[in-house]
Write a protein that binds this ligand. Structure first.
Ligand code: FO1
Length: 320
């Protein structure tokens, strides 16, 4: 029996946009967001969880729309004081954001799991949908570059994505266990599994690399639909296009189809890529063409609605 729950896999800024749209369309108990934790790292003794925090801040209305990360109306007294003492100022921690990192780190040090800590923080911030990390064990994306390996935040923030990428490694992934809360939700046969327009290599792949998670998603026999993060040969934000080019892939939504071939049932591509629909379909993937650039809240809601109706069509097609 198919339930009504939607499970969204999200990482980065693009992912949180679709998640916000979904949160306006679905009742809270029917949305579960699974976040990438391979961007997480320890900084100044604090556990920083960017992709989870971006979803938490977006759903609570606290996120800064310009930056896409951290809090709106933020103050930076901590950074000023840190800089004045010669502390590492390559990674900006706003004063309000700092409170979240301090509280999370304190609770993790007390032995709570990331899942439990984030459940409590989400509740404290009045968030209805369930936001779960992909796993509770530490996983760290190492970006292999022509200058040697870099921890993700060093690549992304300190080096501003400049080094040439040659590959990725998810350190700790072999010891990672798929989040039990997610696995339980899969037992209840969700209505759809949506992959947000996040970077396939460093936001989505770490989630799918958690041992047993990809197969559990597939075995749920639930339509799996991705939104292409590449539009007209570009990424809206972040290094996805640069990474694709450096890895020798053509920067096209067709490459996204190739990346997800055999896993996704459907791919939503932007109108600007309408002429590529047949090439995408050739991978055995159903295609829908829509506006996938999300500038406004209405854009986010419209894309969420389209993804949900796409899933309904696939379920009907498969008699589910
Ligand atoms: N991204 C930056 O480009 N510069 C920063 O100083 C920065 C600080 C930061 C602090 C907390 C947090 O949750 C995210 C932060 N990000 C920053 C974004 C972070 O690098 C994320 O990994 C990206 O959003 C990609 O997932």
């Amino acid at each position: 029996m198919t339930g009504d729950r939607i499970i969204a896999l999200s990482g980065g800024v693009g992912g949180a946009k679709l998640v916000l749209g979904l949160s306006h369309v679905l009742s809270a108990e029917n949305l579960m967001v699974v976040t990438n934790t391979a961007d997480d790292f320890d900084h100044l003794g604090l556990r920083i969880c960017p992709d989870t925090d971006t979803v938490i801040y977006t759903l609570s209305g606290l996120s800064d729309p310009q930056r896409g990360w951290g809090r709106v109306n933020e103050t930076w007294k901590f950074m000023e004081a840190l800089r004045a003492m010669g502390g590492p100022d390559w990674f900006n921690l706003g004063d309000g954001d700092l409170a979240l990192h301090v509280m999370r780190t304190d609770r993790l040090n007390a032995g709570e799991t990331l899942t439990d800590v984030m459940r409590q923080i989400a509740a404290d911030l009045g968030i209805g949908p369930v936001v779960v990390p992909m796993c509770d064990q530490p996983v760290s994306t190492m970006v292999q570059t022509t200058d040697g390996p870099l921890a993700f935040q060093h690549y992304f923030v300190r080096e501003q994505c400049a080094p040439t990428v040659t590959g990725f490694e998810f350190a700790g992934i072999d010891a990672a266990l798929p989040n039990p809360v997610l696995m339980e939700a899969l037992d209840d046969k969700p209505a759809a599994i949506l992959i947000a327009p996040s970077n396939p290599y460093v936001s989505v792949d770490p989630i799918l690399a958690v041992p047993g998670l990809r197969s559990a998603l597939k075995q749920s026999k639930t339509p799996i639909i991705a939104v292409s993060p590449i539009i007209g040969g570009q990424a809206i934000k972040g290094p996805a296009a640069k990474m694709m080019a450096e890895l020798g892939a053509s920067v096209s939504t067709v490459e996204i189809a190739r990346f997800y071939q055999g896993f996704v049932d459907g791919l939503i591509i932007d109108e600007i890529d309408r002429h590529l629909a047949a090439e995408v379909a050739a991978f055995g993937i159903e295609v829908r063409v829509a506006q996938t650039v999300m500038r406004s809240l209405d854009d986010r809601i419209a894309l969420a609605r389209l993804a949900l109706s796409f899933a309904d069509e696939l379920r009907e097609r498969d008699g589910q």
